[in-house]
Design a protein around this ligand. Structure first.
Ligand code: ADP
Ligand code: MG
Length: 323
């Protein structure tokens, strides 16, 4: 069992950002409207995710940390058809196999909950504790018992970069959820969770960038698009600041990114890229999750139609600009 968990952990938990991703997705699955993420030393020392979601029932606490105990989705294809993000039921067992985990959780508002401590896959203690509704997971000393894996970790800045990039995009995908991200005590991100995407853009990129964003809104029979794109004179030297959210999930798709860049084509020098935060909606039947859902690479049927739709929507916004 321990060995199986450590092997699985190698696939699911690659680095600190994988832990953050799994914990935060669980928080969203649990219906949280507030998610606080605290990191120390790039996540290698500590990762803490506290939410105000459904909490875990007492009888389910230990079960949640054992392998294949839960599985919400039968195949990757289901990914876009359902609301929840979890699909394997092995994130918590994997994390618990390679770190020291403390889970404080309560499904009720009576101030009472449970605290479960697991180290290297073994339960150390499980007791009643004071807790508000929700779940507070602390993961310490990731890979402490798998030194070979630990050796592959990059600098604290690199690991933190993976984490913050992930949280920034997630916050833009979920403007109705209040996120905070702290590293070694300093606040890197704070969103209000009031549904205002532009507030999230301001929190991520700064108010000057947010002020220079243009709203995009369009609809066709098959697609809808809503969000913000930067004025052509507010650009960056890399394409990292392009966030595409498809049916609530951040995705990477070459055709859609290119459609966005094409809309800017005549306005931007070749090596400059816009800041973009766009939500695209479409019938899930038109989306193919390509092999590995965790890779965020997706394909679309009617891709050419989608490309034209995105290019037109942004193009007309940019043409409407008096430069
Ligand atoms: P999965 O998300 O695929 O079900 P996980 O290992 O990530 O598998 O989580 C196991 C289970 O633990 C979840 O199905 C859920 O019931 C419970 N759980 C984990 N994190 C939370 C949370 N933050 N709030 C409520 N329940 C949680
Ligand atoms: Mg999960």
């Amino acid at each position: 069992e321990h060995v199986a968990n450590q092997i699985a952990a190698g696939e699911v938990i690659e680095r600190p950002s994988s832990v953050v991703k799994e914990l935060v997705e669980n928080s969203l699955d649990a219906g949280s409207t507030k998610v606080d993420v605290s990191i120390e030393e790039g996540g290698l020392q500590l990762i803490r995710v506290a939410d105000n979601g459904s909490g875990i029932e007492t009888d389910d606490c230990e079960v949640a940390f054992f392998r294949h105990a839960t599985s919400k989705i039968a195949s990757g294809k289901d990914l876009f058809h359902i609301r929840t993000l979890g699909f394997r039921g092995e994130a918590l067992p994997s994390i618990a196999a390679v770190a020291k985990v403390e889970c404080v959780t309560s499904p009720s508002a009576d101030g009472l909950g449970r605290k479960l401590v697991i180290e290297g896959g073994s339960v150390k203690s499980f007791q009643e504790t004071a807790a508000s509704r929700g779940t507070d997971m602390t993961v310490r000393e990731l890979f402490y018992n798998t030194p070979a894996r630990l050796k592959y970790m990059k600098t604290i800045q690199t690991e933190l970069g993976h984490i913050s990039d992930y949280i920034y995009r997630l916050a833009m995908a979920h403007p109705q959820v209040a996120f905070t991200l702290k590293h070694n005590g300093s606040v890197l991100l704070q969103t209000l969770g009031n549904g205002d995407l532009l507030q999230v853009v301001a929190a991520v990129y700064g108010t000057a960038v947010a002020k220079a964003m243009l709203p995009v809104q369009a609809e066709s029979a098959d697609y809808s698009i809503a969000g913000f794109v930067s004025r052509p004179d507010m650009t960056r030297s890399n394409r990292q600041a392009i966030t595409i959210v498809m049916n609530g999930r951040t995705i990477r798709n070459y055709a859609v990114s290119n459609a966005i860049l094409n809309a800017y084509h005549t306005l931007l020098p070749i090596n400059r890229y816009p800041v973009v935060a766009l939500h695209i909606g479409m019938d899930p039947a038109l989306v193919d999750v390509n092999v590995h859902p965790a890779k965020l690479e997706v394909r679309f049927s009617k891709e050419q139609e989608l490309v034209r739709f995105v290019e037109d929507a942004i193009g007309s916004v940019l043409r409407g600009q008096v430069l």
